[in-house]
Design a protein around this ligand. Structure first.
Ligand code: PLP
Length: 409
């Protein structure tokens, strides 16, 4: 007997808590995944191909290669570029740890670069200072989705003939002038974790115009099978005996048809999702920019932001401890908040291994001490944004008051 599924329209949050992020899943997403489940084809099928086409088109690239995460995509890009032990790769001090871990995976050495205090992206001068004969790639991240200086960065990489790997995991849909994010590097990587502009639950995508690099990534994500042998073992179109023909040692970094199905329906709504995130960001900026103790994100006129997170910075009057107490206060009041990002070279995972010490990355360190990421997702209402802002300002006042009371006592 066949059963009819009743889909609830909303897929909404149930508690009063305002989380830091929340995925926007609608009925088209749910229906798509159910249809995929019923199709009998769950890996390496038409959904993956369609999702790859959509993301490649959006970033004006020839190829899209779907992978199981943004981190997996970065790993494969480095492998496909032939980077390995004895090589150095330049990467931001101020980013998510995956921008550095991928370098470690291939046995190369991450060389960290400090950030610009406005855009929070790496400064070009610092990059140039750190280029050596061993530099084999630069990982350029659009921090929090901001593509500022990406054109100059790709020109610099070209001048030194060093491949630029664009870690675009935070920026899908953004633009610098007419150029979409994902178009700046020799290869670019997107990530689709649930806090991103679109989500596949887990997932990532490599995009490039380089046929050879795309083919290598396709092979490496699928256990080193040659590109001609990418279809599933059960696929009737597959040639007999090709499924167990491995031409190199690869990985299982495949993106399933279920994930790809979600990717397609989310991509079809990308502009709508970006618009809603933009509404949230603009409302925060209007509400908070008058406060002298709050620095709102700086967006250059040629940048179109596809908002990933909304990160404010507290003024120098606040210490790192103050900031942490304010975040704890927000969370106690059921408002999601987080300190985005601690500088990577000073994290326990990197600090001792590379002998980094406080003061090595002064801008990233000073920025990181005072950042607060506020809730950012499409369905955040104006009333909720106001509540977040009120709670933030209350926690800030409380902290200033407690500190001066303790100081005076
Ligand atoms: C800049 C950056 N790079 C890489 C990644 C890794 O992506 P994933 O979590 O999909 O592995 C992220 C994820 O948040 C990111 O923000």
């Amino acid at each position: 007997m066949s059963r009819t599924f009743t889909l609830s329209r909303t897929h909404r949050r149930v508690s009063n808590e305002i989380p830091l992020s929340y995925p926007d899943i609608d009925d088209t997403d749910v229906r798509g995944v159910i249809e995929t489940l019923r199709s009998g084809r769950l890996s390496l099928g038409p959904r993956l191909e369609e999702f790859e086409r959509l993301v490649a088109k959006r970033s004006e690239r020839t190829h899209g290669v779907g992978v199981s995460s943004g981190t997996a995509g970065l790993h494969l890009a480095l492998l496909a570029l032939g980077i390995g032990p004895d090589d150095e790769v330049i990467t931001p001090a101020f980013s998510f740890i995956a921008s550095a871990n991928c370098i470690h995976y291939v046995g190369a050495t991450p060389v960290f670069v400090d950030c610009d205090p406005r855009s929070l992206n790496m400064t070009l001068r610092e990059i140039e200072r750190k280029i050596t004969d061993k530099t084999k790639a630069i990982i350029g991240v659009e921090v929090f989705g901001n593509p500022a200086h990406m054109l100059e960065l790709s020109q610099l990489a070209n001048r030194y003939e060093i491949p630029l790997i664009e870690d675009a995991c935070e920026g899908l849909g953004g633009r610098l002038g007419r150029d979409p994010i994902g178009k700046f590097g020799r290869v670019a990587i997107f990530g689709f974790y649930p806090n991103k502009q679109i989500t596949t639950g887990e997932g990532g995508m490599i995009v490039t115009d380089d046929d050879n690099l795309a083919n290598q990534c396709r092979s490496l994500r699928n256990q080193g099978r040659a590109v001609e042998n990418q279809s599933d073992v059960d696929n009737p179109e597959a040639e007999l005996g090709t499924w167990f023909s491995h031409t190199c040692i690869g990985y299982n970094y495949r993106l399933s048809e279920l994930h790809a199905s979600l990717g397609i329906t989310q991509m079809n709504r990308l502009d709508e999702l970006i618009e809603q995130r933009q509404r949230v960001a603009e409302t925060y900026t209007r509400r908070l920019s008058g406060n002298p103790d709050i620095i709102v994100p700086t967006i250059e006129p040629d940048v179109f932001m596809s908002w990933f997170v909304y990160v404010i910075r507290l003024s120098d009057r606040f210490t790192e401890d103050d900031r942490n107490t304010i975040i704890e206060g927000l969370r106690r009041h059921e408002v999601g908040a987080a300190a985005y990002f601690p500088p990577i070279p000073l994290l326990p995972a990197y600090r001792e291994k590379f002998n980094h010490k406080p003061g090595d990355f002064p801008v990233a360190e000073s920025v990181a001490e005072r950042t607060i990421a506020l809730p950012m997702f499409t369905r955040l209402t104006d009333r909720e944004i106001d509540l977040v802002c009120q709670t933030l300002e209350l926690m800030m006042q409380r902290q200033t008051f407690t500190r001066s009371a303790v100081g005076e006592g």
